[in-house]
Design a protein around this ligand. Structure first.
Ligand code: SF4
Length: 462
């Protein structure tokens, strides 16, 4: 029996902003808080202290983070700030968050579970609980998750060795540090054991996994495994097969070494889905962006991937109106889209990010032109995307159910291998025709695609 009653345990309010990488930081902190006997509060007012995990990627995200800190201070008064924005400096070299909100209790950068815990202990002493104190890692390898039970993000490395001119992530998170391959696989197994049916592999640069460790050999299940993307994907695929689960890869750069990973996709080891942030197609723009793999022939690479694995789905993000982008360079991007037939594409109109090297590049385009190019890009991207979706009508696909009230009697919602959660489309599931057929969240169903609608599909479960 626990010696602290739930009612007397100190309560912490937690707000998690930003990308999936920030989400995994939040999960680590929440796991640790929970393991130490802290409880979470649903409101700022009902908490003894509030932690805000911030994002500092684009100016809108900075504003949202600063506003949230302000709200937490007004409603509660005791606030600890962590995350990417916590690492940002103001123009005079002072910490940006502390300059704007001087009454915050502590500020840390991203990936700083221990520093956050130290700050929590200093302001809200750890509840003494002999039972919990005796259970090291009582929450298991997988820890606490903020995503629904059936899918989870797994971060395989932190930081990045590149210096893309529009990005400040390396200055906030540092150079690439890969997690030992055995740890990654142990966490994956714990997640599958916990009911995860879809594992989303994330990092800043997934193709670079292991470069910092010189692809050193680690151990998993008593066997040697290299700290290298291909070997990791192979091992993850074998592991996922035991649990009949999916593995999806994000943030992969188009290096020649990825061809072998695509071959594993063709063999069905992991989902034939690649999230490749191309950002642009024109070699000169890619050079100005200092993009990884800027010298690669991306179109040829994509064609090769599609030959190796015809069902491959490609997702990507792009920037329109990068400094100095000529109409001809932009047209190159539109032509690339037509030829590459990217299934899912997002596009930002270029905007300065405080502290990024690209701000000093000559040839900043007027805001209206950047927006206009973004709109032109999206018109092409959406047409391609819906044409490709249209071709699915009549297919039978495996769908992972995300939502199915009343066992799906009135239908539900799910995703096929072509849809990553939160960023791609969904599959609307019609009510099953057979009375005995039910839909359950976190389970797979086969479904016949009857219609394509915008970014989504409509399907009849069978
Ligand atoms: S690859 Fe480029 S955009 Fe991505 S995190 Fe590294 S520097 Fe930033």
């Amino acid at each position: 029996m626990s010696s602290i009653s739930a009612a007397s345990a100190p309560k912490i309010g937690f707000v998690s902003l930003g990308c999936p990488k920030a989400l995994t930081d939040s999960e680590l902190i929440l796991t640790q808080l929970s393991a130490e006997g802290y409880r979470t509060a649903k409101t700022f007012e009902g908490a003894d202290l509030v932690i805000v995990n911030t994002c500092g990627f684009i100016d809108d995200a900075v504003k949202e983070s600063l506003d949230t800190i302000g709200e937490a201070l007004a409603a509660n008064g005791k606030v600890i700030v962590t995350g990417c924005l916590g690492a940002r400096q103001a123009g005079d070299g002072e910490n940006l968050v502390q300059q704007i909100h001087p009454s915050v209790l502590a500020v840390t950068g991203p990936h700083a579970t221990q520093e956050v815990m130290d700050a929590v202990h200093a302001h809200l002493p750890k509840p003494h609980d002999p039972f919990l104190d005796l259970v090291p890692g009582g929450f298991g390898e997988a820890g606490l998750k903020l995503t629904p039970k059936h899918y989870a993000y797994l971060k395989i490395s932190e930081g990045c060795n590149h210096r893309c001119t529009f990005c400040i992530i390396p200055s906030m998170r540092g150079d690439l540090v890969s997690r030992p391959v055995g740890d990654v696989l142990r966490e994956a197994q714990a997640l599958f054991e916990g009911g995860v049916k879809e594992l989303l592999i994330i990092s800043q640069d997934t193709s670079a996994y292991g470069v910092d460790l010189k692809y050193r050999t680690g151990f998993w299940d008593g066997k040697p495994v290299k700290t290298r993307l291909l070997d990791l994907v192979q091992a993850l695929g074998d592991l996922a097969a035991q649990y009949k689960a999916w593995v999806r890869l994000h943030y992969v750069y188009p290096y020649p070494s990825v061809d072998a990973v695509v071959e594993l996709m063709a063999e069905g080891k992991v989902l034939p889905y690649l999230d490749v942030p191309f950002q642009h197609s024109h070699p000169d723009v890619l050079k100005r962006m200092k993009r990884p793999a800027d010298g690669e022939k991306n179109l040829e690479r994509i064609q090769r991937w599609r030959e190796l694995c015809p069902e491959l789905v490609l997702r990507s993000t792009f920037i329109a109106g990068f400094p100095g982008e000529t109409e001809q360079e932009f047209q190159h991007l539109l032509d690339f889209m037509e030829q590459a037939q990217i299934d899912r594409a997002g596009c930002f109109a270029y905007s300065d990010v405080q502290g990024a090297a690209a701000n000093a590049l000559p040839g900043m385009l007027p805001q209206e032109l950047r927006e206009e190019r973004r709109a032109r890009f999206m018109a092409v991207a959406e047409r391609i995307s819906s044409q490709r979706l249209q071709r699915r009508v009549g297919d039978v696909m495996q769908v992972l159910v995300d939502h199915a009230p009343a066992l799906g009697r009135k239908g539900g919602r799910g995703r096929s291998y072509a849809d990553a959660p939160e960023i791609d489309g969904i599959v609307h599931l019609l009510p099953p025709q057979k009375v005995s057929k039910t839909l359950k969240v976190g389970e797979f169903t086969k479904a016949k695609i009857v219609q394509a609608q915008g970014h989504d599909l409509i399907a009849q479960p069978i």
